[in-house]
Each structure stands twice: as structure tokens, then as C-alpha cells.
Design a protein around this ligand. Structure first.
Ligand code: ADP
Ligand code: MG
Length: 707
């Protein structure tokens, strides 16, 4: 275990960002003119020149060396959804057999990792292995510092020789640009001349489980897939609701303390932490930031959770559904748009002007969510998340927007041209004249069952899976909103009476798209029926939603806003299908191996011992010993399990031999996953009646109720 920092001797402000090459470090270390250039590059006003890069690289190198760095890496986000790094040391040999520590502007701005082993979905033929990384000036470089050494990490974008995006950052940055462009058009049309940029902001809440490492190491399923493929619920689950927000156990608190420290050092503003609903489930949330920084930070958060957990003899599970029977883990993606001068465009504000702006931008989000519901749904579609969305647990696979009473009434009254009730604080909405009442934030924050909830001054997209990169959900969200804003801007720019135009736009848009607004219980069966009546899509399986990506309308959307080309989007469609199939393939393989190599032999021996006991007891005159009955029951179950394992193996082989990526994923979903469910049912039933000592794996008691 690592040493724990004494916060009396080392204050948090003195620690915060010490391993982050932030703007404040650059301001201190760079000549004024160079720092100004960097700010202009960050604001998208200028291109980065090699001369500027040289100066920054030298400052970055000195800073990193002072802190003990020996290596640097371009840190990037390939389509695996994880991060990748290839380390180079700073050494440069001199003619007299010594070395200097060097880092050039070129090395800062461009890298050339071998791209051949990253998924490219056909974008890069294997013979063309070259891939390039390019410095993302808007996300600060940082140091990874641990007992194994210190490395300077430079956030980068990753693309092919021909300029195809091979990663998750390139489309994200493009989507931020697209949204910026359209939002600025709206602001200008509304008479705002001061905002230079509109940025999207994100604050992701990250859920995870912790388990004792000694139990984790005895579970091949956890080690290889991150979730338990077998396991029966103990007598206690989460029904007492005694874990949520409960006092944090000391062992976990020690872990969290170190996690916070590590994150603060790299400039990630870890803010909130608490016990979650399921036993041994927890959450951490940082303060929101610009989207691409939030995406990078979230990757660091996930990585650091895992690393620090190991130092404390635990393993962190980021999987969406590590355990059947208790809650799964998600990632609440809090999202908003704001101007560079600090106006949150989803904040109702206090004067007619800001109200009009608020109504317009909020209506655009609602319309985008309705029109691109399937696209958004696809952004959270993974094998892991299939266990959450639309399963017996929240949230449903149906995309809907939660508004809360007052806001719904305000929008309804605009759409219907009707007066609103006194309770909202207004007689009649007349944009540009009347002020919206201050919307009570806590009222609109109550609903926890909505996949897309308005929470006062931001939307919270709650479908996102806990293990995913948040880059893709935000890319799609930004793009969808940019499209609607562009249509709004077309109308607004032409209008002579702006207030009348705003009212007309909001009215038309909301009347058409309010079907997506739902304030009730999203987990209820009635909602599923109601949503169907409203014509809202409800797609439960990853494989069924992914094809949305290659619909002509979606390809056109991405091409119009220059987010992804047809080729780039098709490659992603392929990669995501393949990823799904591979994941299920591993899980099914693990199941088969656990049954064949551990459960069957272990439990057979146990049943044999029971049978021998029964025979010995019979020999001394005991009639129909319970041992005999039990041995029989176990033998029966083992027989069924054996047959079901054979069946699983058969459908698995068939799926493996399928050529077409879509048909293959479909086979995994429809044949393999269902057979996995059948087998699991039997094995879990067996676990319940077998002597604990005879069961070859630690059970849910150990995994969920120790720490
Ligand atoms: P909850 O009630 O869901 O826990 P919180 O108020 O704690 O919500 O906020 C959750 C997250 O939302 C935090 O990460 C916070 O920084 C983030 N957040 C707050 N304002 C914004 C905003 N304008 N844009 C994006 N994220 C935001
Ligand atoms: Mg939340």
C-alpha cells in the first residue's frame, strides 16, 4: 500500500494539479507571446506553428524532468474504448557516449505509433500500418507518476496516413466544432456579439464495484470478462437499501482518499464520492469541464480507480453488470452548452432575453433527442450495457426526456398557444417580454428513472455504460444538437421579428417532438406500452440498434457536419459489431471452461461423497438417508448442466463460423446469449444446494459483502 498524504502538511490547493501541465503552468513557464499563441490555438483562432511547438516542448520537457520523468508518450483513444500509450525516453546520445534529455516541437505535436494492431474496421489495410497521433492542445498534458516511474502523457488524436479518424477524439473534437458553429449562429441572430465560442461541458458520474482481490483472483469470469457469468444471490441483496449513501467503510475510505489524491495531482477535480445502491458499489464524480477534457479525465478516472484499488488489495469492476440480482453500473453524462464568457445556454436565467435563449436551446435538445433517439441509444450499446438497458433494471432502452412539471407546462403552453397556470409564475408566455420564473432545480431533479433528464441547467444522459468512453455519446449528442440548431439558425437569420420567430420555432419544434417528453416512472411496464403508443423506439439489443449508424440519414448527418465520413462511420459500425461478438464469445468460452474444468469435477466428487455416505448410513440400517436424495438431485442437475454446456458449445461454434459481421452478432445475441442464460439458471440452482466448501469459486457473499 502506498503512503497516505497528510493534508495538514500538504494542503489540497498546493497538491492540486502538480502533475498537470495546465494553462497556469504554461503561463508561468512560457514567454508571454508564446502563451498568447497557445491560448489562440486553444480557442481555435490559430493553427499551431512549429516554432511555438518548439518553445512549448522545451518548457514541457524541463517541467517533466524536474518532476522525475524519464519518458513521454502520446496518449490516445483508439476504438477499443480504452487508452493507448507507447513510451519513448527523452534520451538523445551525444558523440562522446553520453546522453542529453531532449524533446522537440515535432515530437510534441506528432507521433507515429504502429497502428496495425488497433481496430480500424477496414480503414487501414494491414500493410499500411502507419498511424499518426497529433497533440490536442485543448487538453492538458500530465504526468503519470507511480513507483514504476514517471511518464509525461500528451493527449493526442489518432488518425491514419490518409487522414481517417482511427480514434474517439477526432470525431469528438469535430462535433464540438460543429456545435460551436451552429450555436454561435443562433447567438448572433439573437444579437449576442460578445461570445466568441460555444463549448459543450460534461461532468460524468462514474459508478464502479470493488471486490477483495483474493476473491477476484479465484474467479476466472471476473478476471477475463469483468463480470460474474455464474453466481446465485445470497440471502441478502440490496433490498434493505442500507448501502446507498451509507457510511463509507474504512478500507474503502482509504482507497478513496488515495484515489482523490492521485486525481487531484493530475488536475482532475474529483468532487463527490459515495456508496451506491448495490453492496460494494460506489460512485465518484468530478466537477464538469469542457467535453474533450472531461473525456480524457474520465479515462484517467477509470484507470486510476483500477490502479489504486490494486494498491489496496482490491479489484475495481467497471463492468455494467458484474453481478446478477443487484444494480448495475452506469455513467451519468451531465451535459450542457456554454459560451466562452460563461453563459450556460441551458440556464433559464432571469430576464426575458435569457429566457428566450433558454427556450430555443432547450427545444433544440428535445428535438435532437427525439429525432436521433436511436443514434443516441446506439452510443450506449455494448454487450455489457445490454444487461442494464431494457432489462429488469433501469434505465429502459426507450429514450425519453424528463422535464418536470413546471417546464413541461411552459413548453406545452407555448406549443398550444395557451396561457399557463399561475403556479408557473406567468400569465401568458410572450417571449421577449415576460420573464420565466426561476425554475426550482430540486423539483426538476427528482426523477431518477429517465434516460435523459433535465436537471435545472443541464441534461443528464443516464444510459451510458460505466466502462465506456464517454467520447462517443457526446460526439453523437453534439452532432444531433448541431443539426437542429442549424435548422433553427436558418429560420432565425431570415426573420425580421426575432421574438416572433423564436416563439414560432419553439412552438413548431415542441409540438412535433414533445412525444419524447415523459415525466413519469421510466421503469414501469405502463411506460413501455405508452412509449409504443407514442411511436418511440425501444431497442433492447446492441446488435439491433447498431445498424442505425449506417442509415443514409445518419451518414448524411455526420457528413454534413464533417464529423465522420461514410467510410469512417462504416468502419465503426463494423468494429462495434465485432466487439460485441468477441465479448460474448469470451463470456461463453469462460462459462464452458468453468463448468467443465471446475464445477463439474468438483461437484461430481461432492455428489459421490454424498452417495458413499448414504451407502454407509444404509449399511448401519438408516432408511432413505437425505444424502441419497441430495446426491440424486445433484446428479440430475449435473446431467442437465452437462447437456446445456454441450448445447452452448454447439451454438457458439456456429456463431464463430458465421461470416457476415451483422449476422454473426445476431447469432451471438439470439443463440449464444440465450443458451448462456439457460446454463446459468441451472448452475446457480446447483450452487444453492452444494456444500459451500465443495463449490470451486468464491460466491456472492464473499464478493459483495466483504471489504
Ligand atoms: P446529481 O444530483 O446527479 O448527483 P450533481 O449536482 O452532483 O448531480 O452534479 C453531477 C455532475 O454534473 C457533476 O459532475 C457536476 O459537475 C456536473 N455539472 C454541473 N453543472 C454542469 C454543466 N453546466 N455542464 C455539465 N455538467 C455539469
Ligand atoms: Mg446524477
Amino acid at each position: 500500500m502506498s503512503e497516505s498524504i497528510n493534508f495538514i502538511e500538504t494542503s489540497v490547493p498546493s497538491l492540486y494539479g502538480t502533475n498537470c501541465f495546465s494553462n497556469s503552468v504554461m503561463r508561468e513557464r512560457l514567454p508571454k507571446s508564446i502563451y498568447k499563441e497557445i491560448l489562440a490555438v486553444q480557442a481555435g483562432e490559430k493553427e499551431l506553428s512549429l516554432e511555438v511547438a518548439e518553445v512549448v516542448a522545451a518548457a514541457m520537457r524541463d517541467w517533466a524532468l524536474e518532476k522525475g520523468a524519464t519518458h513521454y508518450t502520446h496518449w490516445f483513444h483508439p476504438l477499443t474504448g480504452l487508452t493507448a500509450e507507447k513510451h519513448d525516453s527523452f534520451i538523445a546520445p551525444t558523440s562522446d557516449g553520453k546522453v542529453l534529455m531532449e524533446f522537440s516541437g515535432k515530437e510534441l505535436i506528432k507521433g507515429e505509433p504502429d497502428a496495425s494492431s488497433f481496430p480500424s474496421g477496414g480503414l487501414r489495410a494491414t500493410f499500411e500500418a502507419r498511424g499518426y497521433t497529433a497533440w490536442d492542445v485543448t487538453s492538458p498534458a500530465f504526468l503519470k507518476q507511480d513507483p514504476t516511474g514517471t511518464t509525461l502523457c500528451i493527449p493526442t488524436a489518432f488518425f491514419s496516413y490518409y487522414g481517417h479518424a482511427l480514434d474517439k477524439k477526432v470525431p469528438l473534437l469535430r462535433s464540438m466544432n460543429a456545435l460551436n458553429k451552429q450555436a454561435i449562429r443562433i447567438l448572433r441572430a439573437l444579437g449576442n456579439t460578445t461570445a466568441k465560442q460555444v463549448i459543450t461541458t460534461v461532468g460524468p458520474e462514474q459508478e464502479y464495484f470493488l471486490v477483495d482481490k483474493k476473491y477476484f483472483d479465484e474467479r476466472p469470469d471476473l478476471m477475463l470478462t469483468g463480470r460474474t457469468v455464474f453466481g446465485s444471490m445470497p440471502a441478502k441483496g440490496q433490498e434493505l437499501e442500507d448501502h446507498y449513501f451509507g457510511a463509507i467503510k474504512e478500507r474503502v475510505a482509504m482507497f478513496m482518499r488515495e484515489l482523490n489524491t492521485e486525481l487531484w495531482k493530475v488536475g482532475v477535480a474529483a468532487k463527490t464520492q459515495h456508496n451506491e445502491v448495490a453492496p460494494n458499489q460506489f460512485e465518484i464524480a468530478p466537477i464538469f469541464s469542457t467535453t474533450n477534457v472531461a473525456v480524457d479525465s474520465n479515462q484517467l478516472v477509470m484507470e486510476t480507480i483500477k490502479k489504486v484499488a490494486r494498491r489496496h488489495g482490491m479489484e475495481a469492476l467497471l463492468h455494467e453488470k458484474p453481478f446478477a440480482g443487484v444494480n448495475g453500473s452506469g455513467k451519468h453524462n451531465n451535459w450542457s452548452m456554454s459560451t466562452d464568457d460563461g453563459i450556460n445556454l441551458l440556464d433559464p436565467g432571469e430576464n426575458p432575453e435569457s429566457n428566450a435563449r433558454f427556450l430555443l436551446f432547450t427545444a433544440a435538445v428535445v428535438e435532437a433527442v427525439d429525432r436521433y433517439a436511436l443514434l443516441l441509444r446506439s452510443s450506449a450499446a455494448t454487450a455489457g450495457n445490454d444487461h442494464r438497458l431494457g432489462a429488469n433494471e433501469a434505465p429502459p432502452a426507450i429514450i425519453s426526456v424528463f422535464f418536470g412539471g413546471p417546464l413541461t407546462e411552459i413548453f406545452d403552453s407555448i406549443a398550444d398557444g395557451k396561457p399557463v397556470s399561475k403556479s408557473t409564475g406567468m400569465e401568458r408566455i410572450k417571449l421577449g417580454v415576460t420573464s420565466l420564473p426561476t425554475l426550482p432545480k430540486d423539483v426538476s431533479d427528482r426523477n431518477r428513472t429517465s434516460p435523459f433528464a433535465f436537471t435545472g441547467n443541464k441534461f443528464e444522459f443516464r444510459m451510458v455504460g460505466s466502462s465506456q468512453s464517454i467520447a462517443t455519446p457526446n460526439t453523437y449528442l453534439n452532432t444531433a444538437v448541431a443539426q437542429v440548431l442549424s435548422e433553427f439558425a436558418d429560420k432565425l437569420e431570415k426573420a425580421s421579428d426575432k421574438n416572433a420567430a423564436i416563439e414560432a420555432i419553439v412552438k413548431e419544434s415542441y409540438a412535433k417532438h414533445r412525444r419524447v417528453v415523459f415525466n413519469g416512472n421510466g421503469y414501469s411496464e405502463e411506460w413501455v406500452k405508452e412509449a409504443e403508443r407514442r411511436g418511440l423506439p425501444n431497442v433492447r439489443a446492441t446488435v439491433d440498434v447498431l445498424p442505425v449508424l449506417v442509415q443514409p440519414e445518419i451518414i448524411a448527418l455526420f457528413e454534413t457536419h464533417q464529423i465522420l465520413t461514410k467510410e469512417e462511420i462504416e468502419s465503426r459500425y463494423h468494429i462495434y459489431l465485432e466487439r460485441y461478438s468477441k465479448q460474448i464469445n469470451i463470456e461463453a468460452g469462460v462459462m464452458i471452461s468453468m463448468v467443465r474444468r471446475s464445477i463439474f469435477p468438483g461437484v461430481s466428487a461432492y455428489a459421490g461423497a454424498l452417495a458413499r455416505d448414504a451407502a454407509s448410513l444404509a449399511a448401519i440400517g438408516a432408511v432413505s438417508a437425505p444424502q441419497e436424495k441430495k446426491a440424486k438431485r445433484i446428479a440430475e442437475l449435473l446431467n442437465e448442466i452437462n447437456e446445456d454446456t454441450d448445447k452452448l458449445e454447439k451454438v457458439l461454434t456456429e456463431a464463430q463460423e458465421t461470416e457476415d459481421a451483422f449476422i454473426q452478432a445476431k447469432a451471438y445475441r439470439e443463440k449464444v446469449v440465450s443458451q448462456m442464460g439457460v446454463l446459468r439458471g441451472k448452475v446457480d440452482a446447483l450452487e444453492k444446494i452444494v456444500d459451500k466448501k465443495a463449490w470451486p469459486f468464491p460466491g456472492y457473499e464473499e464478493l459483495l459483502f466483504t471489504l
